[in-house]
Design a protein around this ligand. Structure first.
Ligand SMILES: Nc1ncnc2c1ncn2[C@@H]1O[C@H](COP(=O)(O)OP(=O)(O)OP(=O)(O)O)[C@@H](O)[C@H]1O
Length: 281
């Protein structure tokens, strides 16, 4: 059966997912500091906006002003989409204090109240007609209370998937940590994409690996990744192996690369799926 997919249009990402993210998935973008999680989330949203998919960015880690600046840093002009009502930032950072209170349309005052957050998010999704959502980062929501992590993720997932959206949840882990954000979270989400930075011989290497993605086959190897002035690029037809004594970047076997390329080509030929709301209040 063909699964309807949302193309990320991030170079190389759709290939390693055999065509894109299964629609209505909530995907954890997990990784240590500076690994590119926020950039990947913003690129996913901007690429959607350019192709007619409205989007919502929930800012928990940065001031909305800084969020807009970091989109601009990569040449991703979100201002026109905000003006047209196709893109919204939910300010869950300032608590509605200061100038943000006058300027921002979507404000969450109590960040530890997941019901307030989901109400504001639902409104932003409905107003914009969003198909893509990024929450940066979900870790902030349960940093001090890991016991509520799973419940928080499930509440947000119900709103997002119910309104027909596909989402990236940014999850912060510490340097060297092998997990992705805690067991409650890792099993609740539909997919996990892990971003890494490894130091070898005085140089940092970026890489990305898809750990899980329900309803699709995906690449099972670690791919080299770069962040450039235009955003993230994944070398989908290469894999990287970092051991204690070497870094090797090798081409993927021809037939594996060909299968990924063909999967993207097939998705490209399918008509874009329609957005259907199924949420019951
Ligand atoms: N124009 C650019 N060219 C190359 N690399 C860049 C550029 N702009 C930013 N970077 C890299 O991106 C990194 C930041 O990426 P990002 O904000 O997505 O990290 P993150 O994984 O969200 O980290 P954190 O959890 O600490 O917020 C910077 O540390 C820098 O290495």
């Amino acid at each position: 059966m063909t699964v309807p997919r949302v193309r990320s249009y991030v170079p190389g990402l759709d290939e390693i997912l055999f065509g894109g993210i299964p629609e209505r998935s909530v995907v954890l973008l997990s990784g240590g500091p500076g690994t590119g999680k926020s950039i990947l989330g913003k690129q996913f949203l901007y690429n959607g906006l350019k192709r007619g998919d409205a989007g919502v960015f929930v800012a928990l880690e940065e001031h909305p002003v800084a969020v807009r600046r970091s989109f601009r840093h990569f040449g991703w002009d979100i201002a026109q989409y905000e003006r047209e009502g196709k893109f919204a930032i939910v300010d869950a950072f300032t608590g509605g204090v200061g100038t943000a209170a006058q300027r921002e349309r979507y404000i969450v005052k109590q960040v530890d109240d997941v019901h307030e957050l989901s109400d504001v998010l639902r409104q932003a999704i409905r107003d914009t007609g969003a198909r893509r959502v990024v929450i940066d980062s979900v870790s902030t929501l349960y940093l001090t209370k890991p016991a509520v992590a799973r419940g928080t993720i499930m509440t947000l997932k119900r709103v997002i998937a119910g309104l027909g959206c596909t989402a990236f949840f940014v999850s912060q882990v510490s340097v060297g940590e092998r997990g992705f954000g805690g067991p409650g979270v890792e099993h609740a989400v539909d997919g996990i994409i892990r971003l890494d930075l490894d130091e070898f011989d005085g140089r940092l290497y970026r890489s990305i690996i898809v750990w899980k993605m329900r309803d699709t086959k995906h690449s099972m190897v670690r791919h080299p990744m770069e962040i450039k002035d235009g955003g993230i690029e994944i070398m989908w037809d290469k894999y990287i192996k970092i051991t204690g004594s070497s870094v090797r970047i090798e081409p993927l076997p021809k037939e594996e690369a060909e299968a990924m390329r063909k999967a993207v080509e097939d998705v490209e030929k399918q008509p874009a799926p329609k957005k259907i709301e199924i949420e019951e209040e």
